[in-house]
Design a protein around this ligand. Structure first.
Ligand code: NAD
Length: 256
């Protein structure tokens, strides 16, 4: 009976940025737990390849093409998903972008706004839109993907805009959690270390990688499934007493 709390049969779970990487691993985990999955991704080909990968593993999913920075489109997606499935039980607000290499004093407005628009505004638009349906139902769980960069300052790469956007996600998580705690909606976040995905492939060079590994007590990067298992825990009833938490899944990185 104890493990019943980890099941999500009959539930509907939405994963933004779910076409690949951490989001896809989360979609797979929640789908394996029994939830009906809706992948949201701004890239149509990526969304569709994610849907096919899940189907290959026996997980049924819808793929929806949507840019989370467009708040009206996010509201419409939430309405459409609710109309189709009749319930929205879990949201994984995972869509995010990494940009590095520009010093704070040289950061153009466009770079600052772009990173914060996806990583921070997009998370709020999704929490607000999907959270409304959860509040009406009196139950739901939201998991936002933050980062250890919301706690520490990465080195050697310069990325003030990214670090600040992720710290904002953590505090947004706590703020929403408090507002919605008595109304049955839990809001938590996960703060990953460096994870092997397309995101880290595009920014990494050998010297940088050596520094990342040296700075990590576990001496390695993480894999998407190692974040997905934490997300699953926070999305299902096994974590029924947890809200407002940002769980570090960082191989000990923030301890040093
Ligand atoms: P990824 O680039 O592999 O995947 C991100 C997905 O999000 C892509 O499919 C992309 O198309 C989608 N996406 C981006 N912008 C979007 C938008 N505006 N609307 C809808 N979809 C959008 O990245 P990942 O490594 O899987 O990262 C996922 C999340 O985890 C991000 O929020 C990232 O900041 C966070 N994170 C990643 C790492 C890491 O080392 N990979 C570490 C800490 C936190």
């Amino acid at each position: 009976m104890f493990f019943e709390k980890f099941r999500m049969d009959g539930q509907t779970a939405v994963v933004t940025g779910g076409g690949r990487g951490i989001g896809l691993a989360c979609a797979e985990a929640l789908g394996e737990a029994g939830a009906r999955i809706v992948i949201i991704d701004r890239d149509e080909a990526v969304a569709e390849s994610g849907r096919r990968a899940l189907a290959g593993k026996g997980v049924e999913a819808d793929a929806l093409v949507l840019d989370v920075t467009h708040s009206a489109a996010v509201d419409k997606a939430a309405a459409d998903i609710f109309a189709k499935h009749g319930r929205i039980d879990a949201l994984v607000a995972n869509a995010g972008i990494a940009r590095t290499g520009t010093a704070a004093e040289d950061t153009p407005d466009e770079l600052w706004l772009n990173v914060n628009d996806v990583n921070y505004n997009g998370v709020f638009w999704c929490n607000r839109a999907f959270g409304r349906y959860m509040l009406k139902a009196g139950r739901g769980a939201i998991v936002n993907i933050g980062s250890m960069s919301g706690y520490i300052v990465n080195r050697p790469q310069l990325q003030t805009y990214y670090n600040a956007s992720k710290a904002a996600v953590h505090h947004l998580t706590a703020s929403l959690a408090v507002e919605w705690a008595e109304r049955g909606v839990r809001v938590n976040a996960v703060a990953p270390t460096y994870i092997e995905t397309e995101m880290t492939k595009t920014v990494v060079d050998k010297t940088m990688m050596d520094i990342w590994i040296r700075d990590t007590p576990m001496g390695r990067m993480g894999q998407p499934h190692e974040i997905a298992s934490v997300v699953h825990f926070l999305a299902c009833d096994a974590s029924s007493l947890i809200t407002g938490a940002t769980v570090k899944a960082d191989g000990g990185f923030t301890c040093w």
